[in-house]
Ligand binder design. Sequence first.
Ligand SMILES: [Zn+2]
Ligand SMILES: [Zn+2]
Length: 271
Amino acid sequence: MGFTQHKGEPPLIDTHAHLDMEAYAADREVVLRRARAAGVVAILTIGTDEASSRQAVALAERDTDRGEAFPRLYATVGVHPHEAKEARASTWEALLKLSRHPRVVAWGEVGLDYHYDHSPREAQRAVFREQIRLARARELPLVVHQREAEEETLRILKDEGAEAAGGVFHCYTADAEYARAVLDLGFFISFAGVVTFRNSEGLREVARLAPLDRILVETDAPYLAPVPHRGKRNEPAYVRLVAERVAGARGMALEELARATTENARRLFKI
Ligand SMILES: [Zn+2]
Ligand SMILES: [Zn+2]
């Protein structure tokens, strides 16, 4: 383990946060310090379009001067299904170039979102396929976003040979049967604040059943704050609450769950 232990808090990695967002404009440094004090040794800040991918890389680059009081920052680059309609040839050139930065550890977030349909489904599918090819070419794991598009997401991943890239289904909310298919494809399952919600019994069942060496934890901050912060701004320090709930569902100690998920993140993202 390359990370220094901090005051008895078990080390955790928040594998999915949007640190570039306006929600942190006023107090990003404070938020990052709070994360480190809560045991968060590293955070992946996730790109959703060309601009946010660029900002993610810039944030990750800047952290080298920050020192021990801050978590390590890594970036991903990609176009979220919501933004699919904006992608063009120049987007892929820009993201490919950004993806060569040493702090870029995955391609994403990519996928299908048929709940909001912010982009036409045809555009979402084309942009998803394109990015699986790019991730494969760059040998980067995929960060997959899936909402109300379960079958099609799996079908496209299989079609495009995504197994070769590997990756994670982030903010997992589907059922145990779908989890089996995701695991069979070689992907990881990442739990976010939803696992702490009162009505998420089914999701806690997935957390209980999933193999320990294939699960990750995340916040998806600033969205989806875990209980007791539900409805407020989320932040990476709260990944601990997610980890506690997953550990609780499995009947494990937080320390053991933290050790496993941190090792999993290091293995998947090669950090
Ligand atoms: Zn997402
Ligand atoms: Zn996200």
